[in-house]
Write a protein that binds this ligand. Structure first.
Ligand SMILES: *[C@@H]1O[C@H](CO)[C@@H](O)[C@H](O)[C@H]1NC(C)=O
Ligand SMILES: *[C@@H]1O[C@H](CO)[C@@H](O)[C@H](O)[C@H]1NC(C)=O
Ligand SMILES: *[C@@H]1O[C@H](CO)[C@@H](O)[C@H](O)[C@H]1NC(C)=O
Ligand SMILES: *[C@@H]1O[C@H](CO)[C@@H](O)[C@H](O)[C@H]1NC(C)=O
Length: 291
């Protein structure tokens, strides 16, 4: 199935499946004090954040999507033996200790949430779940495609497998159109707050400025585990060991946080980063290092 990216995940997780920790020594604020405080956490945009573990003990959670109203994080994960890739989609509610698997979606791999609807992509197509209903209300809305990745921007975009072409599911017309303007095989696709498009191919990351069709190559990492746009419209790019944002003028990526072995990313309603690694889902919260 989704061999190329999974293969990379497995290799890396064997090597660096460790703790993500960074120690920062803060100079005592008071003159005369001799005890240095040691803060643990991750710097995001140069500011210290602490790791709040939402859930641990999950087997390789990949794509993340947050439903803030319901305090839920959806994700796809490995539900089979370690040696086989059998995926499933689950969610964890804030303060829960166990994930709830969405059993109606077999082998689900892709997840997106928009307003009160969650979308689940699988080899059997796309399912939509009305999250305002307490029991869940899952409808099979797209058939005939194996879904690799999804992205919501006014409508639901998805990348099919194995052709890796971009399609759009029109949420009002309820039909699917191949997006022929994206002619290449892609791994990821997002549209940011300026309506600029980012795609990744085996050659790396490219930006297509709104209203143009010229591909601008970006310097820096070539392989990305996840790309998501936050509520302010800023695209975030996760490579193997760091999170980046785009510098659109000089076509480079700017590292905003070092996080080892990142698998997936999403944002809570205040745009705090929520990410996953091979066995955890973690939220990064600003932390002033007092007490
Ligand atoms: C989660 O637990 C904390 C501490 O027990 C509590 O303050 C908070 O309201 C809980 N959140 C939800 C959504 O239940
Ligand atoms: C979800 O369910 C609610 C309550 O039944 C309904 O009002 C709403 O229209 C539904 N949303 C969608 C997208 O079907
Ligand atoms: C999708 O549905 C709309 C409204 O029925 C229609 O105008 C449009 O041509 C359809 N597109 C495709 C690709 O079928
Ligand atoms: C691009 O701009 C950023 C921010 O001003 C800067 O840090 C970086 O060095 C620049 N890169 C190049 C290649 O000019």
């Amino acid at each position: 199935m989704k061999i190329p990216i999974i293969f990379v995940f497995v290799c890396v997780s064997i090597v660096t499946c460790g703790k993500i920790k960074e120690k920062t020594t803060v100079k005592p604020a008071e003159k005369g004090s001799t005890v240095a405080l040691v803060c643990e956490g991750v710097h995001v945009h140069g500011k210290l954040h602490k790791r709040h573990v939402i859930m641990n003990g999950i087997n390789r959670p990949y794509q993340l999507a947050m439903y803030s109203h319901g305090h839920k994080v959806f994700f796809s994960y490995n539900v089979g033996e370690d040696t086989e890739d059998t995926f499933g989609i689950g969610y964890v509610k804030i303060n829960d200790t166990m994930p709830t698997e969405i059993k109606d979606v077999k082998n689900g791999f892709a997840v997106a949430v928009h307003e009160h609807t969650a979308y689940f992509g699988s080899p059997h197509g796309i399912y939509a779940d009305n999250l305002t209903k307490s029991e869940g209300d899952i409808k099979h809305i797209v058939k005939g495609f194996d879904i690799w990745d999804m992205f919501f921007h006014e409508n639901l975009y998805f990348i099919s497998f194995p052709k890796q072409r971009l399609h759009k599911y029109h949420i009002h017309h309820k039909n699917v159109t191949l997006q022929e303007q994206i002619h290449e095989k892609i791994y990821q696709f997002v549209i940011d707050g300026d309506d600029d498009i980012f795609i990744t191919t085996r050659d790396g990351l490219f930006m297509i400025t709104s209203g143009t069709d010229y591909r601008i190559p970006f310097e820096g990492p070539k392989v990305f585990r996840a790309i998501e746009v936050n509520h302010k419209g800023v695209a975030h790019f996760c490579a193997k060991s760091a999170i980046y944002v785009a510098h659109k003028k000089n076509h480079t990526l700017i590292e905003i946080a070092r996080v080892k072995n990142i698998f997936g990313i999403t944002f809570d309603k205040s745009d705090n980063i929520v990410y996953s690694n091979p066995h955890e889902i973690v939220k990064l919260l600003p932390h002033d290092c007092k007490n």
